[in-house]
Design a protein around this ligand. Sequence first.
Ligand code: GCB
Length: 626
Amino acid sequence: MKKTEFSLANCMALARTLWSSTKALTIALTLIALNSARAQQAVLHNAYARDFESLNGAWHYIVDPYENGYYDYRYQPFDQSENPSRSAFFMNSKALDKTDLIEYNFDESPTMNIPTDWNTADEKLFYYEGTVWFKKSFSHSQQEGKRYFLYFGAVNYKAEVYLNGEKLGTHVGGFTPFHYEVTDQLKEENFVVVKVDNKRAKEAVPTLNTDWWNYGGITRDVKLVSTPNTFIEDYQFVLEDMNSKTVQGSVTLTGNDVASKPVSIEIPELKVKESLTTNAQGIATFNFRAKKMTLWSPESPKTYQAIIQSGDDSLEDQIGFKSIQTEGQKIVLNGEPVFLRGISIHEEKLGGGRVSTKAEAKQLLTYAKELGCNYVRLAHYPHNEHMVRLADEMGIMLWEEIPVYWTIDWTNSETYANAEAQLTRMIQRDKNRAATIIWSMANETPVRAERNDFLTRLATKARSLDPTRLISAALEQSYDPNDGNIRSIDDPYAQVVDVLSFNQYTGWYGGTPESPRLVKWNIDIDKPVLVSEFGAGAKYGFHADKMTRWSEEYQAYLYQETIEMLNRIEQLQGFSPWILMDFRSPRRVLPGIQDNWNRKGLLSEKGEKKMAFSVLEKFYQEKAKQ
Ligand code: GCB
């Protein structure tokens, strides 16, 4: 069955009516589902548009590999005692007089400029995995009628958060935002302490084994966000029909008194102004037509200022409207088939280290643009919000992904809950971004019943949260036992996804750059195919003949041959080669060549272009003309 179908211009009128009422019902149910999910999990949608005080900047830190500031000597967590010892680091204690024994002192400890990852910020922590404590003090003057939230863009991986010595909560998962309401805990002088632990674990998401470095720290912005007492918790705009330019959506209020409240949404440029009233649950739904609307696309990344207002609260956003669907083997954007000229990107900045600023994110997308991309795969976890908003502005379609990578603990229910929570938060954060076209559930996971079940549940969840985008996962190819050159996708999950994606490395992991010539594709699935990875390692500046491993020539040759090979896949609708830039990986130890970098970048970690960059650039230039 086809995915979210908003335009059925070619279908019979009856089918059309039936379909669109089913669709409208699906969206309405989804909005309700999203809203009931909210009852358990507060949302602070579009936190960047809110009033806030930045808590970025210098934070004192203490490296604590034995978690001495967290457990007592009987290994009991201090924070589970009613009267925590002053030895607990979250108490931020100081020796009161010369007889007093306190064996730590945040204010005498070094500082780190948050947001950052500690492996880059402190050279002694280059490969450190474990606990680091962070402390920041701040003054605050409480305004009557306001609520306050301590907001973190992301902390990798586990955060224990304390304000003025009181625990606010524990958050698990390194790439999605979270927050705690602190209205009643704030004083004039405050200290926030965060214990961050990036130790890898079998049951975690991602798990023990990845081909990227596990950067630890408070890697994204920290803010004290303020809102009115009753405020706009969430909203969603969905292009319901691209022909009539009908938009459907909802606004949700949170607070003590949310029923029967006036809400307005306004898009001045389209002369849209809707006056709404919330229902008993604080939800107002809307539906409007905007005939003059220009749809968002990479060629014309048009977004509109939207103003959402209720009582004392008002939020602004830039919203783009687009329709994405599949039609047989095509990916169709705004009713037109589109070839995805992509590249994969890790959230790693020039020189290494996590991207933590908008400028660093922009640098990566600018390289992608230069390559001629209209699409980027954000691998292998949700990237920061700047990246996604910039993609909206710059006209780059996105694949967004959660770190269900390789060998997850498939039968562990907590692992599933963790993966589902990361998926949910990613969708909640980015559901209004026009750029996002694909939610990916996983990367290169082994086919087996428990995994199929795990990933199928994730896809069901993603569809329940957002029926308007496509579902995929980076699968693996299968080899014919009698002829290794005959390739197919033998994975039951192919039936679940909307877009059939797989990684393949013919000519790198096995074979030579000439091996792709022999490959025959035997993919009998009537869905669009997106090759989510291919590539080869090359050390920038190393030149040799094109059959010599690690030379730029080898990589360039492999790109040429691979592109020809992939063009033989009948259903091919795009690819995202691996990868834009060399990135840190402790698995990659070959001296003089890798030196702890995965060298499959088209750019070195310093941004120097390897020869393969121009091979892909040329191909994309040609494709863009077609
Ligand atoms: C893959 C993985 C990616 C690795 C890449 C490689 O298939 O998805 O995370 O970095 O191969 O370089 O081997």
